[in-house]
Design a protein around this ligand. Structure first.
Ligand code: TYD
Length: 151
């Protein structure tokens, strides 16, 4: 199996609900190695580029607001961006993170344990994890410079 790198974002709901440490703990104990980390203020441009494939979805507008901290602005506009590396990391970390809809996610996953469907309808699911190899490569290039990764 291939050694892969994958992008994790602890989203504004995770930051505001103090779930960063717990998320990192679960990823570390799932057997993966952290090779990059930084707190990022998400610009409109970065938000749009990151979620470009979803631009025609009905939830795109609230998603842009959410990822830029618009629903958690007591904590400003902040996400924690992480890169993890390991064998089959993309698929395995998606299993640790859980399904997109937190109501449907297995309760032992991060999203199943801590996510919620907000009253406005969008999902506040605590973490992002790259979905496949193509997205991982695109997202890593968007969020990190090569020299920021200690692999
Ligand atoms: P998506 O890329 O489909 O899922 P994932 O994050 O699991 O790769 O969607 C991106 C984010 O958009 C998702 O994490 C939460 C939000 N979202 C909604 O708010 N409502 C929805 O119906 C969907 C499908 C996603």
């Amino acid at each position: 199996m291939a050694i892969e790198k994958t992008l994790i974002l602890i989203k504004p709901d995770g930051i505001s609900r103090k779930l960063s440490g717990l998320t990192i703990d679960r990823l570390d104990h799932a057997g993966f190695e952290m090779i990059g980390a930084k707190v990022v203020s998400v610009s409109d441009e970065l938000a749009h580029k990151h979620y470009i494939e979803l631009k025609d979805e009905p939830f795109f507008e609230p998603l842009m607001k959410f990822i830029q901290g618009g629903f958690h602005n007591n904590y400003k506009n902040k996400v924690l961006a992480l890169v993890y590396q390991g064998e089959n990391a993309i698929e395995e970390i998606r299993k640790t993170v859980g399904a997109t809809n937190p109501e449907e996610a297995d309760p032992t996953t991060i999203r199943g344990s801590f996510g919620r469907v907000a009253t406005k309808g969008h999902y506040e699911n605590v973490v992002h994890a790259s979905g496949n190899a193509k997205d991982a490569a695109r997202e890593l290039a968007l969020w990190f410079k090569p020299e920021e990764l200690l692999d």
